[in-house]
Design a protein around this ligand. Structure first.
Ligand code: FE2
Length: 189
């Protein structure tokens, strides 16, 4: 992402392979992972938190191909317009209601997402997510490749700064998340 010139917004990018030549996961697969984990409530519910002072985020699952974050939002909390540094993303609202704002050439689209609703964010898209309700909201977000940076933007699409995302330890093991996503494989017999 150029930090000096105007950027094409809302167009996404062509599907890019990963640096080692392996294909990146498709957004439809990210939706499957997000909704599959959303259904595994015992996996994420213990890690839900809400803080009126700031949005909460925990890294739930980390793999070389994708990673999963669990976010908690109280009234008025949001992100500001940002991209995902070349990652595709999908997210599911678990509790409450979130509003997604997506920047296009023609302006900003606004979508209200209630519990169970899915959002997708192709690489290159610029969006914001905000809790505009009085009740706490919780959401699960899947990124492929894993999220390493976010660039923030003004409302006219001008990049303002880039934030690096710290690789903090994930709370749930690959093993546990894989079992949650493939319940038919849960144990012999
Ligand atoms: Fe985002």
């Amino acid at each position: 992402v150029s930090l000096t010139g105007p950027i094409p917004v809302g167009t996404g990018t062509d599907h890019e392979d990963r640096r080692d030549g392996s294909p990146r996961l498709a957004i439809a697969t990210l939706v499957d992972i997000a909704t599959g984990l959303a259904a595994a409530e015992d996996l994420w519910r213990p890690h839900v938190s809400h803080d009126p002072l700031s949005r909460t985020s925990v890294r739930l699952v980390a793999t070389p191909a994708y990673e999963v974050w669990l976010l908690g939002w109280t009234q008025g909390q949001g992100v500001d317009l940002h991209d995902h540094g070349g990652a595709d993303a999908a997210f599911v609202v678990l509790d409450g209601e979130l509003t997604e704002l997506t920047l296009h050439d023609t302006g900003i689209d606004t979508v209200r997402l209630r519990a169970g609703a899915v959002g997708t964010v192709p690489a290159g898209a610029v969006h914001d997510v905000v809790n505009r309700t009085g009740a706490p909201a919780t959401s699960i977000h899947v990124y492929a490749d894993p999220l390493r940076s976010m660039t923030f933007y003004d409302a006219d699409g001008t990049p303002t700064f880039t934030e690096l995302v710290e690789e903090v330890p994930a709370l749930v093991s690959w093993d546990r998340s894989a079992r949650a996503l493939h319940p038919a494989a849960r144990g012999p017999g």
